[in-house]
Design a protein around this ligand. Sequence first.
Ligand SMILES: Nc1ncnc2c1ncn2[C@@H]1O[C@H](COP(=O)(O)OP(=O)(O)O)[C@@H](O)[C@H]1O
Ligand SMILES: [Mg+2]
Length: 279
Amino acid sequence: MIVAGVDGSRASCAAVAWAVDDAKRRHEPLRIVHAVNRDSYRFSRFHAAPEPDVLDRMAQTMVAEAAALAGERQLDVEVSTEVVAGPAAVALREQAKDATEIVIGSRGLGGFEGALLGSVSLHVAGQAHCPVVVVRPDQESVRGEVVAGVDDSPECEPALEFAFRQAELRGSPLRALHAWQPPVQLYAPQVNYDPDDITAAANQVVAARIARCREAYPRVEVIEDVRRAHPVDALVAASAKAALVVVGSHGRGVIRSALLGSVSHAMLHHARCAVAVVR
Ligand SMILES: Nc1ncnc2c1ncn2[C@@H]1O[C@H](COP(=O)(O)OP(=O)(O)O)[C@@H](O)[C@H]1O
Ligand SMILES: [Mg+2]
């Protein structure tokens, strides 16, 4: 089951389109969900608070419109709709429990004008147990590479698995991208440091990390891409010609308590294509 969260925004329409395409590729049903949070109207001075049934009717219309959009795009995907009560982030996290993946927009109806990432998007990407795909409003690039961010932590393995599967389903090449930077101390003249050594080691990291997936997905064409750059710069650049960027929720970062690693967090803001965060 693939779940798409909708709030009537342009980004959430893009999310529904992405989700129904993926449901078709995976031969899975799609569930379209809208969460109604009545608490927003529960302060005493809000005389014009809408009647509960008005909110429900609006919600039903919203999910019905999203389902119609999905149905026009892919004729043979089973689509259901659900209106649930409560804050969207909590409701969607709950929905994620039995889902293959959850697909949401990068923004919604709230947020300030220049915002790149909505609060629901950030919460769900940081907390859902299943993979979370965040789709940008202006995204229509369906074709292109699948880019996987690879580091030397075991945390990136579920992301690699997800990325290889997507590449196979789409018949697209998979770019396994590993970016490295020398620690600043290495620039001190008294330290002996050979960039070629590090590049060779980095190449080995990538080859070792993807070995298992290469075997499991022999039909996927793999591009091993090791660069000396900041991982965010490298991944954002690669995202410009990609259909999807896949990252793990955490890497080697030191702040283990954060819900998202710094690279995943930055990709959600700055990637030019859809981003999948996989725990
Ligand atoms: N009430 C909701 N019910 C279901 N999904 C929602 C709801 N609100 C937001 N979403 C999903 O989260 C995405 C991002 O919205 P959000 O984080 O609320 O952005 P903003 O802060 O701009 O409103 C939306 O595109 C939609 O996919
Ligand atoms: Mg919102």
